[in-house]
Design a protein around this ligand. Structure first.
Ligand code: F0G
Length: 436
């Protein structure tokens, strides 16, 4: 059977052709997903095939997304695929970060090693390929920065015209610079992320532009491969916990879907538990998860956090996210600006580094271990979603004691490392190094 789109709402489940340009269910307005489609090979044969592709020279096999194409079967052929050899991201042991969290061991899967420096590339290769398959010319997104950087790169690489919309004044410079350099028509709109999403939906419909926001089910398919690659790297042994930051909640939706499918296709024996970490000032999903009435998410009207990637008050994918956290017996935690900043510096001192939103994982883990939710001996993988160089301004301010949380509260530079300005004087420098 050819691949299909299916409505995520349990009491709708309407199905639609894969090549229809729709973003929500035309019947009930629910979120859409690509209907799961079990591969035509045994689990062992698939594992062997995927391993052998790692050594190949074909672009599709070199991609850490398309190598696992049996798990994302929405294209009849792969003529439209745009790949920058995304994925292939390492799993790095981080003993210092483990000690900081109170764990015996901790590994980071670092999505910042992607071509544009974030996990968005895993999804964007699929979104852009689907746009080309549909015959689209222009693609658009609203973004806190990483989606737009990634979309700009993949659209330009695939001969599409990228149009991006970002909140004015609230984007890390590294990300804006990428969008400009990759040639995206860029609008900095004087509104927040959630307001701009409504604007972009209107414009996409009016001008026939293909929307590549995270509700796009093809992007979710691509992000699934982060989990498939992780399990492959771990010889198909799921950890006890997987921890990730939550903003618009596309990534948790993708991770949960991937893990359930891998379990259903007998690639892994059981589901790991999923923990989503939000920033305190932008934590509507945390509130929903821990409230008694979980039928509707209450948006945060003025979301605030220096982790601008996750500064989102009305995450669109919350129904999927809630389902996935529940299915995995997982949890949701929130962390303060100070906790994010310190955790980020600790990840830096591991020689690994990441952008602020990614560091919410370590900060959240520390709280979950202290509360006894995650045990000291647990096998934990935290996903670092973006590269350290995305937001250098934040880093400089933290290390020089100039970082301020929203509202003007000073962040303590607990792990500060300020550069020393000095005369060209070997004696003085030697004396300073002796004291160090
Ligand atoms: N980490 C980083 C570095 C991100 O850029 C984002 C989202 C997230 C975490 C949260 O992921 O939205 O799937 O829950 N960035 C989006 C963007 C919103 O526009 O780049 P999510």
């Amino acid at each position: 059977m050819p691949a299909q789109l299916v409505c995520f709402e349990r009491n709708c489940r309407a199905r639609f052709p894969i090549a229809e340009v729709i973003y929500n269910c035309p019947r009930c307005g629910g979120l859409l997903e690509v209907a799961p489609d079990p591969p035509n090979a045994s689990p062992q044969d698939l594992k062997t095939l995927w391993r052998s592709r790692r050594a190949g020279n074909q672009p599709l096999d070199q991609s850490g997304v398309w190598r696992y194409r049996e798990m994302i079967p929405f294209l009849e052929n792969h003529d439209s695929v745009v790949t920058l050899r995304e994925g292939n991201t390492p799993v790095l042991d981080a003993p210092r970060a483990a000690a900081y969290a109170g764990l015996d061991r901790l590994a980071f899967k670092h999505q910042g090693f992607n071509p544009t420096g974030s996990f968005k590339d895993n999804g964007m290769t699929c979104g852009a390929s689907q746009a080309i398959r549909l015959g689209m010319k222009r693609v658009a997104c609203v973004s806190t920065g990483n989606t737009s950087a990634s979309m700009a790169a993949y659209a330009s690489a695939g001969g599409l015209e990228p149009v991006i919309f970002i909140p004015h004044g609230n984007i890390a410079y590294g990300k804006l610079a990428q969008a400009l350099e990759y040639g995206a028509r860029t609008f900095q709109v004087k509104a927040n992320f959630d307001q701009i999403l409504a604007l972009v939906r209107t414009l996409a419909e009016r001008l026939g532009i293909y929307l590549l926001n995270s509700i796009n089910p093809f992007r979710i398919e691509g992000q699934k491969t982060i989990m498939v690659e992780l399990m492959d790297q771990r010889d198909w042994r799921p950890p006890d916990w997987i921890v990730l930051p939550g903003g618009n909640l596309g990534n948790i939706s993708a991770f949960g879907k991937a893990l359930r499918e891998m379990r259903d296709f007998h690639l892994i024996p059981n589901l790991p538990r999923l923990a989503v970490i939000q920033a305190e000032g932008s934590a509507p999903f945390y509130e929903l998860f821990h409230s008694r009435d979980r039928s509707a998410l209450r948006p945060v009207e003025r979301p605030e956090t220096l982790a601008t990637a996750i500064r989102i008050g009305d995450p669109v994918s919350w129904p999927k996210a809630l389902h996935e956290v529940d299915c995995s017996a997982g949890t949701v935690e929130k962390v303060s600006e100070q906790e994010i900043a310190d955790a980020k510096a600790v990840i830096g001192r591991c020689g690994i580094g990441c952008e602020p939103a990614s560091a919410a994982t370590l900060a959240g883990l520390r709280k979950l271990v202290a509360a006894g939710t995650v045990s000291r001996g647990a096998d934990v993988v935290a996903v670092l979603t973006g590269n350290l160089l995305k937001d250098p301004d934040y880093i400089y301010r933290y290390h020089t004691g100039q970082l301020e949380a929203p509202g003007g509260v000073a962040i303590q530079s607990s792990f500060g490392n300020s550069p020393v300005v000095t005369e060209n004087d070997p004696d003085r420098i030697a004396a300073m190094l002796e004291d160090y």
